[in-house]
Write a protein that binds this ligand. Structure first.
Ligand code: CMP
Length: 141
């Protein structure tokens, strides 16, 4: 078993899609190993998305991510990082495959319902970011 980090984003929480998205992820074989609701502050959002600093959408992305509560969660299954990327679909819901979380629940390329770690290394960093108390477990592709 391996782990990855997801965030159910403020647009999906505000639209009362949290339960449907969690059910979708569980039906896809993920076990929820940690979950909390939080509202990010701007410094936190900027730190989490530091890799995107300098991109044209960075300020808007951080404003959106701090606009309301979100739900970071740790998900576990075999091949968690790659599998979750498939299950959530492309960044832009217009390009996401049918049946993916973003095709079903995202509003736009920015307000796209869910975040998922894009590599095993980032999964480790992102899990530690939101759940520093979690014991390190095996992480993998
Ligand atoms: P996420 O998977 O959380 O990773 C970075 C986020 O930036 C992405 O989802 C989108 O919410 C946002 N994003 C990425 N590209 C764009 C873009 N071109 N325009 C607006 N937002 C974007």
């Amino acid at each position: 078993m391996t782990q990855t980090l997801a965030i159910i984003k403020p647009d999906a929480v505000a639209a009362a899609k949290t339960g449907k998205i969690l059910a979708h992820l569980e039906a896809a074989g993920f076990a929820v190993r940690a979950l909390r609701m939080t509202r990010l502050g701007v410094p936190e959002a900027e730190a989490f998305y530091a890799v995107h600093r300098g991109r044209p959408f960075f300020r808007s992305l951080c404003a959106f991510m701090t606009s309301g509560p979100c739900l970071p969660l740790v998900l576990e299954r075999a091949d968690a990082v790659a599998h979750l990327r498939t299950v959530i679909g492309a960044t832009d819901p217009a390009e996401a495959a049918a049946g993916t979380v973003r095709k079903l629940y995202a509003e736009s390329k920015e307000r796209n319902a869910i975040h998922a770690s894009d590599s095993v290394e980032n999964a480790a960093r992102e899990i530690a970011f939101f759940f520093p108390e979690m014991e390190r477990v095996r992480l993998g592709g």
